[in-house]
Design a protein around this ligand. Structure first.
Ligand SMILES: Cc1cc2nc3c(=O)[nH]c(=O)nc-3n(C[C@H](O)[C@H](O)[C@H](O)COP(=O)(O)OP(=O)(O)OC[C@H]3O[C@@H](n4cnc5c(N)ncnc54)[C@H](O)[C@@H]3O)c2cc1C
Length: 353
């Protein structure tokens, strides 16, 4: 009889630090998608380590979010609900997170690499005197040594560096949004709630939030878009790239670009998709006149459906697409725009007034 394959065994914890924690970022009482993505990835790490997965949730009147966290994989939720935490302030949030970490001692603590997550993770790491790998794109466990392997592009994106925090605990990392997938929520899944208080009053805080002004922009942000129309060097010039913007407008989509298109000055850096740009995972991604270099595809390969248009039948992008069209973008894209216009008219979505 064949010998059963031996699974690598994880080293047992040799310190009092145990468990995987995710900082649950919420804004205006809504959980940010990256927190759910991290619960999905954290679940895998926790299962490998044979420990609990926990969410640490701070805010004011946010208790209604706890059940959602269980459904997305958390075994335990540490909740601090207090008026001083109504709006994000690094000072208050840092005190809250640091206090619970010191009390319950997780071995891994992850944050989304959002504006808030980046700010908070660095202040928490400093206060705890531990290491932080920022902007991670891959996480794993070194089973032999029970260490978090946090990988991220380094040296201008030329190499992937795997960073370990061997001596200090917790091991901390911030993770780019859209790199990981949230699990399908399990209806009715329950966990344990641990409520903590914060040792702070409004008078203790140096910063006051006077007013919150929401930025209004008619541009659809790459990271939030369900549909992205991305163009590359194949569009030839700024005028050619306008086709990408026209198709995006027709579809209510965000505009994306390869680095070469950005470097040519046809698109902004904020529109760049890829290793040194934004990581995206829309429902539909058009890659038009983009060759499909790995530095581009790492930023879009989690898209649900990819439509590639390229005149070179051997272009690498065809290995990453759901539908591939071999042909000239200048012939195909105007036809797409025309057809989508007709469809929109038919479904009454065009405002002819
Ligand atoms: C450290 C590092 C980091 C990088 N980071 C990024 C990153 O974040 N994002 C990124 O995109 N790149 C990045 N790059 C660059 C990457 O390696 C590629 O050079 C880049 O993605 C190529 O852009 P492109 O596909 O637009 O251009 P090209 O490679 O020149 O491809 C143009 C494509 O258009 C096709 N084409 C030409 N004319 C037409 C036409 N009329 N109709 C249809 N198709 C046509 C061609 O067949 C070709 O496949 C990075 C590189 C390095 C070294």
């Amino acid at each position: 009889m064949a010998k059963e394959e031996e699974k690598p065994k994880v080293k047992l914890p040799d310190s009092e630090y145990q468990g995987v924690w995710i900082f649950i970022e919420q804004r205006n009482g809504k959980i940010t998608p990256v927190s759910l993505e991290l619960l999905g990835e954290g679940r895998k790490l926790a299962d490998k380590l044979g420990v609990e997965l926990s969410g640490v949730l701070l805010g004011y009147k946010v208790g209604h979010l706890v059940d959602t966290l269980y459904q997305y994989g958390a075994d335990t939720v540490y909740l601090i609900d207090d008026p001083v935490l109504e709006q994000y302030r690094s000072e208050a949030y840092q005190v809250g997170v640091v206090d619970v970490v010191k009390k319950y001692k997780p071995e891994i603590l992850l944050f989304g690499a959002t504006v808030i997550g980046r700010d908070l993770a660095s202040t928490v790491a400093t206060e705890l005197g531990t290491g932080l790998t920022a902007d991670t794109t891959r996480l794993d466990i070194d089973m032999k040594n029970r260490l978090l392997e946090a990988s991220r592009p380094a040296m201008g994106g030329n190499i992937m560096a795997t960073i370990l925090c061997k001596e200090k605990r917790p091991q901390m990392a911030s993770v780019r949004p859209k790199v990981f997938k949230a699990i399908k929520p399990v209806e009715g899944r329950k966990g344990k709630l641990i409520e903590e208080t914060i040792n702070l009053n409004e008078e203790d805080l140096k910063t006051k939030v006077i007013e919150v002004i929401q930025e209004v922009s008619d541009k659809i942000r790459l990271g939030d878009a369900d549909i992205i129309v991305a163009g590359g060097k194949g569009l030839q010039d700024e005028k050619g790239f306008q086709l990408i913007r026209d198709l995006a407008k027709e579809l209510g989509a965000a505009v994306g670009a390869s680095r070469d298109a950005v470097e040519a000055g046809w698109a902004e850096h904020s529109e760049q998709v890829g290793q040194t740009g934004t990581t995206v995972a829309p429902k539909l991604y058009f890659a038009i006149g983009i060759s499909g270099a790995v530095q581009h595809t790492v930023g879009m390969e989690n898209s649900e459906i990819v439509v590639a248009i390229n005149r070179d039948p051997n272009a690498q992008i065809f290995e990453k697409c759901t539908y591939g069209i071999v042909g000239d973008a200048f012939e195909i894209v105007p036809k797409f725009i025309e057809e989508f216009k007709k469809l929109a008219k038919k479904s009454g979505e065009v405002n002819n007034g």
